[in-house]
Design a protein. Structure first.
Length: 277
């Protein structure tokens, strides 16, 4: 039955195409022929899928009178949602933000446009983040993950122990003024201990503190390159070479100066030293 319907439909389409061919220009006919054939295939696709009895996928919690079964399903959905937020967690709760912004300032100060490319800077920032955060990850694994996998502690205890090292790291990098800002905005009294600061207050405080620190380091990186640009521009003006862009002269000088002082080593070393561990 399906084959008969397909043959009938195909014959109708070909008949229409043959009639159209007589009225169409020979140069535009091949393109329109492929368009009509594609439309015919799209129209036949649902019919073929229905006839082939292709199984469908569905997601449901099912009918159950046990509240535990519903709670387990909701926990799975929550875990899948957290996995989608993993990039944001990496950016907002680690040293990644400061490192990447400093590298972006460095590239802009050098004036090399897209060298190094974004992929290189992001990859380097990612591995430096792993290096800096490794003691924190090890402590989380020792105090929370391993005991939980060995069924020595329950899930809530594992979460509390896992958050503690990350909270300590963020508190060490966060300025007190930023914490007070969000505590006042949330109308929460200042806790007796810094470790009692809620996460919804600590995370944004940590982020803006990281932005401030990254911009301070970026400003210090900019100064020598701006001075070099001013010197080159002044020399060219004094020589009467006003039509020559100063960038053409200053860019090679900035690159060779950066290489001679081992700039990548200095920037990386100062970045690592800027974190309070």
């Amino acid at each position: 039955m399906l084959l008969t319907s397909l043959r009938t439909f195909a014959s109708i389409v070909m008949c229409r195409m043959h009639k159209c061919h007589r009225r169409m220009d020979t140069q535009t006919w091949p393109v329109k022929k492929y368009v009509l054939a594609s439309l015919a295939a799209l129209l036949l696709l649902p019919v073929a899928a229905h006839a082939a009895n292709i199984p469908t996928l569905s997601f449901s919690l099912g009918d159950s009178e046990d509240p535990t079964a519903w709670f387990t399903g909701l926990k799975i959905i929550a875990m899948l949602t957290v996995l989608t937020l993993a990039p944001s967690i990496l950016v907002m709760m680690t040293s990644f933000t400061r490192i990447l912004i400093v590298f972006a300032f460095l590239r802009q100060a050098l004036g090399t446009q897209q060298a190094p490319p974004n992929q290189i800077l992001i990859g380097l920032a990612l591995f430096l983040t792993l290096f800096i955060m490794m003691p924190v990850w090890q402590k989380i694994d020792t105090t929370a993950l391993t005991p939980y996998l060995n069924e020595e502690i329950n899930q809530s205890t594992a979460i509390d122990r896992g958050i503690a090292p990350l909270r300590t790291f963020m508190l060490k990098q966060t300025r007190e003024d930023d914490l007070i800002l969000f505590l006042n905005a949330a109308k929460i009294k200042k806790p007796a201990k810094a470790e009692d600061t809620p996460l919804h207050v600590l995370i944004p405080s940590f982020v803006i503190s990281e932005l401030r620190t990254a911009f301070e380091i970026g400003f210090l990186i900019y100064i020598p390159f701006v001075v070099l640009d001013l010197i080159v521009a002044s020399v060219l003006m004094s020589m009467g070479m006003m039509m020559l862009p100063p960038v053409m002269i200053s860019l090679p000088l900035k690159i060779i100066l950066f290489v001679l002082i081992d700039g990548w080593h200095l920037v990386t070393a100062n970045l690592l030293a800027s974190f309070k561990m």
